[in-house]
Design a protein around this ligand. Structure first.
Ligand SMILES: Nc1nc2c(c(=O)[nH]1)N[C@H]1C(S)=C(S)[C@@H](COP(=O)(O)O)O[C@H]1N2
Ligand SMILES: [Mo]
Length: 335
């Protein structure tokens, strides 16, 4: 276990050897588990479902982990950059509830039961309540959003998420004019989430957005990836995706969404306030105290891009859409 104050792995530590060992243990897990093979088909870099993919066997249908999601809409907000492979997206993860190693979540979250699941929406809204996940999803058409994801550790992926615009979900609960922020809380359950037995973070994981950020059309609630219901290691059954911010804003395993008029505490900011801000907008001009944020290692399916070092863009390349949210704010102070 790493020291409490220093739980994020330095980019320099993320070596090819580490990747290699992670892959090997995934392959071992796949070999040992026929169930996992049904869900994932194989650890190959083929997209298991969706445009251009060739499914070898009929995929399981329904919300069971790994099943195919029917009727997904495409979105003009998607990038056309080469996608990171299914196997990298689902085996190289940060999910400290299941351990701090990149290969821990895929290994240790396999038996996690992500359904049934309910989410409590409360605070400054006219229609609070606890809602079953299926009822949360039901009124919405599920979209594909292919987004860049930039981790604060300076690696990045391009991920085809499936889900719903966050604004469309939030509006159903009728936030009042006192709702200035949205707070997200992850599941706390030391039995089901073995990583929570260690005080690497102050559990449960918490995140937050300003109301206007939450209502921005790019802010997304993911229930799937690569046209399948979310694997546990990616935050099943519900996780946030905010593509212009560092990956840690994308809280996994959400059980509560609270409208509030006070800026919510957030896990990484609490843990190391000088290293991780509340806003966490991707910004190549503001270095992490321990490493540069000017460039990133792109983990991609494209051979020419795999592990390529590329420049990091302001707001992760979404400046045109989101920069106006921060007009007049000093982005070095509000980092
Ligand atoms: N609950 C919870 N959510 C989390 C994390 C975590 O440890 N716990 N890690 C974050 C970080 S640092 C990143 S980079 C992304 C990784 O998402 P992925 O594993 O699906 O790529 O999840 C974020 N969401
Ligand atoms: Mo991250």
């Amino acid at each position: 276990m790493k020291p409490i104050r220093d739980p994020i792995i330095l980019p320099s530590e993320i070596t090819d050897e580490r990747d290699f060992r992670g892959r090997r243990s995934l392959l071992a897990a796949l070999a040992a588990s026929p169930l996992l093979l049904t869900g994932c088909q194989s650890a190959s870099s083929e997209a298991p479902v969706g445009a251009g993919a060739t499914a070898k066997a009929a995929p399981p249908v329904g919300p069971a982990a790994g099943g195919a999601i029917p009727g997904i809409k495409t979105s003009a907000l998607s990038t056309s950059e080469p996608k990171t492979s299914w196997s990298d997206v689902t085996s190289y993860n940060n999910y400290y509830e299941f351990g701090t190693g990149k290969g821990d979540p895929v290994e240790r979250a396999q038996s996690f039961q992500a359904r049934p699941w309910s989410v409590t929406v409360d605070g400054e809204c006219e229609a609070p309540g606890t809602i079953d996940l299926e009822d949360l999803i039901k009124p919405h058409a599920i979209e594909e959003r292919i987004y860049r994801m930039r981790c604060v550790e300076a690696w990045s992926m391009v991920v085809p998420w499936n889900g719903i615009a966050l604004a469309d979900v939030l509006q159903r609960f009728k936030p009042t004019s006192r709702a200035k922020y949205v707070r997200f809380v992850g599941l706390e359950d030391k039995e089901r989430m073995p990583g929570q037995r260690y005080p690497v973070l102050d559990w449960p994981y918490q995140e937050g957005l300003r109301m206007d950020e939450a209502m921005h059309p790019l802010a997304f609630l993911a229930v799937g990836v690569y046209s399948r219901w979310l694997p546990n290691q990616n935050g099943a059954p519900l996780r946030l995706v905010v593509p212009w911010k560092y990956g840690f804003k994308g809280i996994k395993g959400i059980v509560r969404i609270e409208f509030t008029n006070r800026k919510p505490a957030t896990s990484w900011n609490d843990s190391a306030p000088d290293e991780y801000g509340f806003y966490a907008n991707v910004n190549p001009a503001v270095d992490h105290p321990r490493w540069s944020q000017a460039s990133e290692r792109r983990i991609a399916a494209d051979r020419n891009l795999f592990n390529a070092r590329i420049p990091t863009l302001p707001f992760n390349g979404y400046a045109e859409q989101v920069a106006s949210l921060y007009t007049g704010m000093d982005l070095a102070t509000y980092f």
